[in-house]
Design a protein around this ligand. Structure first.
Ligand code: GDD
Ligand code: MN
Length: 388
């Protein structure tokens, strides 16, 4: 039996005066049997309807309640959440909406899923088979689905485990976001975490998206533009498509090294063609290894920086590249000789296939996803928010 972690529940609010008392009452009930410590932090953007006052008024009744009234800094849902994290004392940080669309009765399941210390993130998902979006008009359903698919294309690593990357209802361990430079913009704070956070194990629990009780949704077309901009910013992030782009660039640099060395050794008459070619291949493999270690997979090699680990990766990389070379020759032989393709076209094809093959093996084997920092750290500062 593990100890139940200390939980901080962050609730961003803007004009939710009527919902807050109902929500807090339900949260109190839902968490009454939670064995660990709990605090609930309402982070209000100085709402004109006085949501923060309504929350403050309830503090005598709920000793676990804290209220943050934001009067400066960038307004918005995500920046408010990040500020809540910074104020939080808990080891597990939960985010949920104030309008009761995220039913508090899901909380015990969410927290239970988060109890094993190795779990980094738990997402409450509307898209698991047992979950649902409730009564949504078709275009809202369609839009949300489309937006999720787009996210999954840009962040394949996260998409592997998460059916609802846009969820605003989730829990994470403090270590996932500690010290990160997040760019909290727009609505999709979970996406930001999946794109830039340090995590390994992600779980999901299913739930049914409720109906907003009072007030209005703040989701506007502005929010959607922000969303697209956020996705674009991930194109270069290692968690997303960016890793593959880096890998290809490194591969390109390897070709340059290979050709250069060959030209230099052979051209100067120092070595014959085959010997010069062998040295050129080895140097280009070393070149690629170095850049992949320091750049493409930097996040992962940082997690295992020992000399021994690096040497093991160097050997693995050689093996992958060696097998890749055999593949390349095989494909070249098949296409150019058996199928009578033009040899240059056949080689290009072989390069494409082998690059994918090498990349696949190197991301899953040579530079495996290391575990996130196992140490339980409860020190500040939590997040250095890129204010912009
Ligand atoms: N502090 C603060 N500042 N809170 C805000 C702001 C803001 O500028 N804008 C919205 N909120 C609060 C709302 O008061 C509510 O508690 C929560 O953030 C969600 O806002 P809604 O306006 O109700 O969002 P929604 O229901 O359209 O969107 C929800 O579902 C999406 C999935 O479809 C959110 O959970 C999104 O994060 C989620 O992606
Ligand atoms: Mn809502």
């Amino acid at each position: 039996m593990t100890m139940s972690p200390h939980v901080s529940l962050i609730i961003p609010t803007f004009n939710e005066r009527e919902n807050v008392p109902v929500l807090l009452a339900q949260i109190g009930r839902a968490l009454s049997s939670w064995r660990g410590r709990v605090e609930v932090i309402v982070v209000d953007d100085d709402s004109p309807d006085g949501t923060w006052q309504a929350a403050e008024a309830l503090r005598p009744r709920y000793p676990w309640l804290r209220v943050v009234r934001r009067t400066s800094g960038v307004k918005g849902l995500s920046p408010a959440v990040v500020e809540g994290w910074r104020a939080a004392a808990g080891e597990v940080l939960v985010v949920m909406d104030a309008d009761l669309q995220h039913p508090p009765e899901v909380l015990p399941r969410l927290l239970e899923a988060c109890e094993p210390p190795d779990v980094d993130i738990v997402v409450a998902s509307r898209y698991r088979p047992e979950g649902a979006v409730g009564k949504w008009v078709f275009w809202r359903r369609w839009l949300s689905r489309g937006a999720s698919s787009l996210a999954q294309a840009v962040l394949p690593q996260a998409a592997h485990d998460v059916t609802d990357p846009m969820s605003g209802f989730f829990a994470l361990r403090r270590r996932v976001v500690e010290g990160l430079a997040l760019q909290p913009r727009g609505y999709k704070i979970l996406l930001e975490v999946l794109g830039r956070g340090r995590y390994r194990t992600v779980r999901e629990v299913a739930y049914t998206f409720g109906r907003r009780q009072a007030g209005q949704s703040k989701l506007t077309s502005r929010v959607m533009v922000d969303y697209l901009r956020q996705l674009a910013s991930f194109l270069w992030e290692p968690a997303g498509f960016g890793r593959f782009m880096r890998y290809c660039l490194v591969g390109g640099s390897g070709v340059v090294v290979n050709m250069g060395v060959l030209w230099w050794l052979k051209g100067s008459g120092a070595l014959g063609t085959l010997r010069a070619g062998t040295v050129a291949i080895e140097l280009s493999i070393l070149n690629n290894f170095l850049w992949n270690e320091l750049w493409t997979f930097r996040d992962r090699s940082h997690a295992r920086p020992g000399v021994r680990d690096r040497l093991v990766r160097l050997v693995q990389f050689h093996l992958v590249c060696g097998i890749g070379a055999v593949w390349q020759l095989g494909i070249l032989w098949g296409l150019a000789i058996q199928w009578q393709w033009h040899y240059l076209l056949a080689n290009l094809m072989a390069i494409v296939v082998v690059t994918l093959w090498n990349y696949g093996l190197n991301t899953t084997w040579t530079w495996t996803r290391g575990s996130s920092t196992p140490a339980r750290s409860v020190c500040r500062p939590l997040v250095s928010a890129g204010t912009q």
